[in-house]
Write a protein that binds this ligand. Structure first.
Ligand code: G3H
Ligand code: 13P
Ligand code: ZN
Length: 330
């Protein structure tokens, strides 16, 4: 058993309190490898932002949980070396079983998500409660979820949103004891969040997706005032990156994300954690495809992973300053 405090990590409780008071959101960036982690730490140190490092169960399988734990420990030391001891949370993203959450806590995670949103309500409550009881013994914070996002989460595919029902949130939070709640108000996972026929076109011919359901968010905030809310599926799918990918041999069709101004508005509410993974994947892929096209003779991974890391760093800095508002809050 490794306690996250020995690794220099923090849980999310204090960060969320400050984020709600300060009307910004803490970034939750997914990572699977060293270059992604370096870019996240560099960006957050340069912009002086707290950060949540997220590991999905897929990432855990890909990279090995022991390696990920040491990478996260390395991130804490790297941030100090870069000159800023920013608060860093190591969080399990979309944990689906009690055993997985327990194992992550034993390996040094400071926060876990138990995603029981695909279960019937009572089962979700029971599973979430079980994780909270275990996690709180070690001062590890827990995120639960109510409502189902459209799109793909690990192996689960949902065709349509099931929006969070505001009537359920108070009961769920009090019965489970969770520290934060992920909700479904129209975001979704991946790079194809909307079909073109769901969108309208603005004066410049650009597709504009339907707005997030801020009415549901407001109703939830009324039921559980000041309680930390989490938004998953919050990549904006920058069209510049999509165009570069397609220009250099990629085949991304109808890639549409959540407009940044919608996320800025959400960050000023009780939404205090915003999850971003796909935008990082797009930035890396665009940079790598561009290098491969320009230098077909190159074969040293540092020659393409270096520019990919640089592009990621720029992307994350942009998010901190212009989308989440967490720059300067570390
Ligand atoms: O919500 C899902 C995250 O983007 C993680 O994706 O399961 O492919 O690692 P993954
Ligand atoms: P995106 O696919 O929109 O980046 O969402 C990531 C996420 O919610 C991770 O839990
Ligand atoms: Zn998610």
């Amino acid at each position: 058993m490794v306690n996250y405090k020995e690794l220099g990590l923090v849980n999310s409780r204090e960060l969320f309190k400050k984020a709600i008071e300060g009307q910004y959101a803490v970034p939750a960036f997914n990572f699977n490898n060293m270059e992604q982690l370096q870019a996240i730490v560099q960006a957050c140190v340069e912009e002086s932002s707290p950060v949540i490092l997220q590991v999905s169960s897929g990432a855990r399988k890909y990279a090995n949980q022991t390696i990920l734990r040491y990478l996260a420990q390395g991130a804490v030391e790297y941030a100090k070396e870069l000159g800023k001891n920013i608060p860093i949370v190591l969080h399990l993203d979309h944990g689906d079983t009690f055993e997985l959450c327990k194992s992550c806590i034993e390996y040094g995670f400071s926060s876990v998500m138990i995603d029981g949103s695909h279960h019937p309500y009572d089962k979700n409550v029971e599973l979430t409660r079980q994780v909270v009881e275990y996690a709180h013994k070690y001062d590890v914070t827990v995120e639960g979820e109510l409502g189902v996002l459209a799109g793909i989460e690990d192996d689960v595919v949902a065709e349509h949103h099931t929006y969070t029902q505001p009537e359920e949130v108070e009961d769920f939070v009090s019965k489970t004891g969770v520290d934060s709640l992920a909700i479904s108000i129209g975001t979704s996972h991946g790079a194809n969040k909307f079909k073109p026929e769901q969108c309208t076109r603005n004066a410049d011919g650009v597709l504009v997706p339907p707005p997030l359901r801020f009415d549901i968010l407001e109703a939830i905030e009324k039921k559980i005032p000041g309680f930390p809310i989490v938004l998953h599926g919050s990549s904006s799918v920058p069209q510049k990156q999509v165009a570069i990918i397609n220009q250099y041999g990629g085949k991304l069709k109808d890639a549409i994300g959540i407009p940044e101004e919608q996320l800025r508005k959400a960050a000023q509410s009780a939404v205090c954690k915003i999850n971003i993974d796909s935008d990082g994947r797009l930035a890396m892929t665009a940079a790598i495809r561009e290098v491969f096209a320009a230098h077909p003779e190159w074969f040293d991974p540092r020659q393409y992973l270096g520019p990919a890391r640089e592009s990621l760093r720029e992307l994350y800095k942009h998010k901190l300053v212009y989308v989440l508002g967490s720059a300067g809050k570390a």
